[in-house]
Design a protein around this ligand. Structure first.
Ligand code: NAD
Ligand code: MG
Length: 392
């Protein structure tokens, strides 16, 4: 039996992963499930999958989790130390589906014990790609992409020589506001930004899709994952969300991955890799769909793409700064402290301020340095937002 753990089990990716695993209970020995506030879901899934341990990130919820698991024989644990311990338990395959930079440490622990890490948590690659991929290499572990675009690229590259790749094109739906007039964007509300035209995902990535910060992070993710130079990575707005990515080769061929917008495609590919297995996803009827459309992203509408390119250009700790500033600005938008368009201003300000510190940008890629940079960028983002609030 394959030992599997799921970090972020109660989220959108976590639940889709559980859906696939629960279909073949005899094949999997579930080690750890982790979650946050949704104790009822976490406990129900731990019981259904007969996990060894269930962990909530919130130390204050231990008693609730214990009560929900009473009589099941499943261990309950809570808090950062418990997450760390659970992430270090031997497993063959681990789903990294926590949202945000909080996913970095558990992912590293899984790699240190040699697990295959199915990586949905793009923030850990954006923050510390070199550290994550370096840790995998050092411990003979494998990282598999679970973002739909990156899974698509990975599949298009099977049997190919990476040196023959001329360009990688990742597609973007354009998010909730793709057809809104620019002048309305400044007043976009959290509720409006939290509804996606094609995908059903967690709230944070849904808002990041509306601002294109999600695609911006995916540019960096592509660069870190496949080692392809930034100027060979492009984005295209593709409102139908059926072509997930295209890889262009030196003979002019473009290999596209086409499939329904269902994350079980990418999760299932990572779960069964290097094989392909039948998956419970919709089969596309292209005759009915009729047409697929593409357009270049409008740089004015989506400043996040330019900022990601600046971060890639600079390299080093810029990704950690970019991600931390973005997470802080996103929190502030969700809390109603800043407007929708202010998120990009905050990220740009923080990147500009910290870029002049070459000691910081070029620091060695240790977990300590990354964590310090992350904290510094979050503090700078708060300062920037305070300054704006005082002025207005
Ligand atoms: P979600 O908000 O639905 O779920 C997040 C999970 O992480 C939950 O289990 C939550 O309890 C846990 N969590 C949140 N903060 C935590 C913390 N500080 N410590 C520990 N656990 C914490 O998010 P999601 O949409 O499932 O996305 C998860 C990750 O996958 C993100 O990195 C996202 O960018 C990526 N991703 C998601 C999709 C999608 O379709 N949902 C697609 C591609 C990539
Ligand atoms: Mg994606």
């Amino acid at each position: 039996m394959r030992r599997v753990s799921i970090f972020g089990a109660t989220g959108s990716i976590g639940q889709n992963t559980i859906d696939l695993i629960a279909r073949a209970p005899d094949e999997y020995d579930v080690v750890a499930l982790t979650g946050g506030q949704n104790i009822a879901q976490l406990a129900a899934d731990a019981i259904r999958l007969q996990a060894d341990v269930a962990v909530t990130a919130d130390a204050a919820r231990l008693d609730d989790l214990r009560a929900a698991l009473a009589g099941s024989g499943i261990e309950a644990a809570a808090g950062a130390g418990a997450m760390e311990e659970a992430a270090g338990r031997p497993a063959d395959w681990v789903m990294s589906a926590i949202v945000g930079a909080a996913g970095l440490k558990p992912g590293l622990s899984a790699l240190e014990q040699g697990a295959t890490l199915a990586l949905a948590n793009k923030e850990s690659l954006v923050t510390a790609g070199a550290l994550l991929m370096g840790t995998a290499k050092q411990h003979g572990a494998t990282v598999l992409p679970v973002d739909s675009e990156h899974s698509a690229v990975f599949q298009a590259l099977v049997g190919e020589d990476i040196n023959a790749v001329e360009r990688i094109i990742i597609t973007a739906s354009g998010g909730a506001f793709r057809d809104w007039p620019m002048e309305q964007l400044a007043r976009a509300t959290v509720a409006e930004a939290s509804s996606h035209p094609n995908w059903d995902m967690g709230q944070r990535i849904t808002i990041d899709s509306a601002s294109m910060f999600n695609k911006a992070m995916e540019l960096i993710e592509t660069n870190e994952f496949f080692g392809v130079a930034p100027d060979k990575i492009e984005t295209l707005v593709h409102p139908e969300s059926l072509v997930h990515a295209l890889v262009g080769f030196n003979d002019g061929a473009l290999m596209a991955h086409v499939g329904a917008p269902d994350m079980r495609h990418a999760i299932g590919y990572a779960l069964h890799w290097p094989q392909r297995r039948e998956l419970p996803v919709e089969r596309l009827d292209l005759a009915r769909i009729g047409q697929l459309t593409f357009r270049a992203p409008d740089p004015e509408r989506y400043p996040a793409l330019r900022l990601a390119r600046a971060a890639m250009e600079q390299g080093g700790m810029s990704g950690a700064i970019f991600n931390a500033a973005k997470e802080t600005a996103l929190d502030a938008f969700i809390e109603g402290r800043i407007g929708f368009l202010d998120m990009a201003h905050v990220v740009e300000d923080v990147l500009t301020q910290l870029s002049s510190d070459s000691g910081l940008i070029r620091a060695a890629f240790t977990l300590d340095n990354v964590t310090q940079t992350d904290h510094l960028a979050r503090a700078k983002a708060q300062e920037t937002m305070m300054a704006v609030a005082t002025r207005s």
